[in-house]
Design a protein around this ligand. Sequence first.
Ligand code: GBH
Length: 486
Amino acid sequence: MDYDRVKDLKGVLRNDFYWGYATAATQVEGGWNADGKGESIWDRFAHTPGKVKDASTPDDAVLSYYKYKEDVALLKSYGVTGYRFSLSWSRIIPLGGKDDPVNEAGIRYYSNLIDELLANKITPFVTLFHWDTPQALEDRYGGMLNKEKYTPDFVRYASVLFERFGDRVKHWITYNEPGVYTLAGYAAGVHAPARSSNRALNEEGDSSTEPFIVGHTELVSHAYAVKLYREKFQKEQKGIIGITLHGNYSEPWDENDPLDVEAAERAREFEIAWYADPVHKTGDYPASMRAQLGDRLPRFTAEESKLVLGSSDFYGMNSYTTFYIRHKDTPPELNDHSGNVDKLDTNSKGVSRGPESDTYWLRTAPWGFRKLLNWIWKRYGVPIYITENGTTAKGETEPSEAVLNDQFRIDFFNGYLEAIGRAVKEDGVDIRSYFAWTFTDNWEWAAGYTDRFGVTFIDFESEGKKRYPKKSAYVVKDLFQHMVKA
Ligand code: GBH
């Protein structure tokens, strides 16, 4: 590790700070139809020709459905104190609905995983939903487009989890990145359930309305699940529950142009405050969004607003990078979802936002990460749980010495973990966890197996998906052992 730069950060993180790795069911489990698991919208998507970049499927993924003991042992060797994973709804309730049967084999798998983690002193952080809606609910009533039908189904799913796992799970996350689910799935149409206005890509959908309808359903159903937890389970189980939001940082392209400064704030509002303001600040959408979107943005009923405001015990934060934001002089297009701005790689002085990874949108920019931590802390003032952050690196195609000695990823973590330490020590931000994305290389959604975010290399061609630790795993361990108070 780059010791000099973090030397003064010894012990700056709370002694109960949780750190480790995050994963998502679809991306790692495999066993896509094993032991009674039902189909999810991502199974359907991946089995539709032309949808995934390398034509791959998550049928086997990393086989963690079968290799969870080996995986927990590896996590243990990485020194982690927490592990964040998501549950597959259709593994637990194959058809998804409130009156549909529970699959005991699915319950057993997660129960075993939780026990194995606890036996190794690793705290489970459990996400209820990481994008994999049961296909049956999509077919039955259009999934999240139908708030009235969907919400009771989601709440019943949540109640099964609290009942069966709540004795051992004390950290719950309802939704992972509701905004990415809506924008990629219903605006761009490049993720499941593959809807948009673009008829060259998708048969159905309306990018100008559906993302906002679906986003509203996510917020309201999240709030009802939290209400259930608080009223029926929290007192006895003593856990915490919240929602995780995505959000990269938006920096003005020209910091001396008030229009760019305003545009950058508007971009943060469209990307982050869309979900965070209703939950953590006002119980309503930001004024900038209402001004641009008018009636295309749903309205909260008085009851919904009351329920949504304060419905997260913490700010769940996923963030990877920073963009430069320039205002546009033309009026917003119908299918704009970003606040009528341009997102750029260099600023007005020609400065790059950071070194390129192997992923087109992702560049290393720890300077923006620290600004974002401050922006969130100032605007919302609730403890921040960082639930995802990480990078790909160019040229990771085989487990060679150079690839396993992943200097690019090491530089990324050195920068971002230093930013966290300084945000806590020098800016007074309250940060309580860090989960790097991700534990092993995995199935990166529509990018298939081409984008490797893991601190563990996976040989996807090999029998049993052989695991090879990368050096970054040990650097992250050293950094946290230095920064977390003993
Ligand atoms: C996370 O999403 C996911 O939770 C996780 O499952 C995934 O594997 C991981 O990141 C890595 O991708 O319009 O060009 O600016 C992050 C999703 C992807 C959302 C990039 C914002 C911006 C694309 N982010 N996207 S661009």
